[in-house]
Design a protein around this ligand. Structure first.
Ligand code: ADP
Ligand code: MG
Ligand code: ZN
Length: 497
């Protein structure tokens, strides 16, 4: 029997606000000593009163809008009661009945990432059930007979995003999560870094006979610290469950953990009677009313997202899917690319210019940034400005310099921030396009290498490259290669006896 996998993802995203969700403690504590970013509120002291972080609510609304969700105009906070040492109050402030965001969807391009790059992608729509705001817990560390707790993370704003069970493969889950990560980065509301715990994902998964429209028994997988782990754990579970079902067995409803070292899932918890969280309205916080004006002001802050830009680059500039994906991987790069195009002096040839800019960014710019250890999202802090790249491209297009010289000039702009045109002038790098001058050099080379000229005449094309090289050498690389090519052909033909 053939089985089909059904997957729904629950994802927690830490919002990158300056302060915590309900107190003034700094939420930026990376590298700080344990328990140094705490106060009576986030330590759960009796009598301490929470206050809502407006910025966190706006960040959550931004994500909701980017995920095409409806935004609740009225919502309130609820206490989700459970006991664990990393939760000092004994309850978490969350949203249950009325999530801030609900009924949304996201479109993702699914590519088989294991088989390398594919120009083809399947576009899938995954529905978002809800996205609600809550607070993070502290962090437990276990060592020998001791456990340590650090409350720096306690009270950090957390957005929980839950999909409908619309995902149908490990690759699709991977595509959804990378798209979500890219969205929160584009919005600037979270690093989305799974390795650092800023994004945490729990897949729910079940199998059913292909063609069936009921759901099978689901398991939940925890402890996934990377996008790859999510894909691997899902692929592992599909295989394990298929084997059990084919052998006539039954799937137990359990919570699993992913063991990265052994590359397998392990049972963490057997099915327990449904949790009773005893939700009830948080009496210390007022309900949230979201006005039309506030919602529209937040909506206005949402930039064009990666997938929309990819489609536009392909439609308006005829770029390949590959180029479009590379250029939009980081918002800063996409913005930089677009700014370069805005400075183009020839709007009618935008597609050609776009292709040139795309090539320069993906080869020389990325190479130099890598060599100088500049992360791609810092592209606005480097010395080269978008207009300078455009100037360089125009110098090549006009024939003032050739491509090789342009690469040297680009490196110099990268180091000094000087304008390409100024560098070309100061260093006398403009290429030689003067025909009499070039003809003289070509003739010298031809008469100095009679044997090679004969070889070219006998059809040995490779030797033509050697003669080209001699001319370039004699002009210190500044000759207009196209002209040299033409003049050299003529001179060789003329020497045929
Ligand atoms: P629970 O109450 O166990 O947390 P929910 O109904 O809240 O379950 O759903 C949690 C997540 O699991 C959602 O993303 C949902 O889409 C997904 N889900 C629900 N049922 C199934 C199923 N049978 N198979 C796979 N995923 C499921
Ligand atoms: Mg659940
Ligand atoms: Zn605090």
């Amino acid at each position: 029997m053939e089985y089909e996998v059904v997957i729904g993802l629950e994802t927690h995203i830490e919002l990158d606000t300056a302060s915590k969700m309900f107190c003034r403690c700094s939420a930026q504590f990376f590298g700080a000593e344990p328990n140094t970013h705490v106060c009576p509120v986030c330590l759960g002291m009796p009598g301490a009163l929470p206050v809502i972080n407006k910025r966190a609510v706006e960040y959550a609304m931004m994500v909701g809008l980017a995920l095409n969700c409806k935004i609740a105009r009225y919502t309130f906070w609820e206490r989700k009661s459970y006991w664990y040492p990393d939760l000092p109050k004994g309850y978490q402030i969350s949203q249950y009945q009325y999530p801030l965001c609900y009924d949304g969807w996201i479109e993702v391009d699914v590519r088989d990432v294991t088989s390398g790059w594919q120009e083809h992608a399947e576009r899938r729509r995954i529905r978002i059930r809800r996205a609600h705001l809550e607070e993070d817990t502290g962090k437990l560390t276990h060592a020998g007979n001791y456990s340590f707790v650090d409350y720096n993370r306690s009270g950090v704003p957390l957005l929980e995003i839950v999909t409908e069970p619309d995902i149908r493969s490990a690759d699709e889950a991977y595509a959804y999560l990378s798209a979500l990560q890219q969205i929160v980065r584009y919005l600037g509301v979270s690093s989305g870094d799974m390795e650092k715990g800023a994004m945490r994902c729990e897949p729910n998964l079940s199998l059913r006979p292909k063609g069936s429209d009921t759901f099978g028994v689901k398991v939940e997988i925890k402890n996934l610290n990377s996008l790859r782990a999510v894909r691997d754990a899902i692929a592992y579970e599909i295989e394990r469950q298929t084997r059990i079902l084919r052998a006539g067995g039954q799937i137990q409803q359990v919570t699993l953990g992913w063991d990265e070292a052994r590359r397998m899932t392990v049972v963490q918890r057997e099915k327990e009677s449904a949790h009773d969280y005893r939700y009830f309205p948080e009496p210390d916080l007022p309900p949230l009313h979201i006005s039309e004006e506030w919602l529209e002001a937040v909506r206005a802050r949402i930039p064009e997202l990666a997938l929309a830009r990819q489609d536009r680059y392909r439609r308006e500039y005829g770029l390949s899917a590959y180029d479009a994906v590379q250029l939009t991987a980081e918002r800063a790069i996409a913005d930089w690319f677009e700014e370069a195009l805005r400075t183009s002096s020839a709007p009618h040839s935008l597609p050609a210019r776009a292709k040139a800019v795309a090539n320069w960014i993906q080869t020389e710019l990325f190479r130099l940034m890598r060599v100088h250890n500049v992360p791609l999202d810092n592209v606005w802090h480097i010395k080269v400005k978008p207009a300078q790249l455009m100037q360089l491209i125009e110098l090549v297009e006009q024939g003032t310099i050739n491509l090789n010289t342009a690469k040297q000039v680009f490196e110099e702009v990268f180091q000094t921030g000087e304008d390409p045109r100024a560098i070309v002038e100061a260093k006398g790098l403009a290429q030689i396009s003067d025909v009499p001058t070039l003809r003289r050099v070509v003739e010298e080379v031809v008469s100095a290498h009679p044997q090679q000229v004969q070889q070219v005449l006998n059809g040995q094309e490779k030797v033509f490259g050697f003669l080209m090289g001699q001319v370039m050498k004699a002009t210190r690389g500044k000759a207009n290669a196209q002209l040299v090519n033409q003049l050299l052909r003529e001179a060789i033909e003329a020497s045929r006896t």
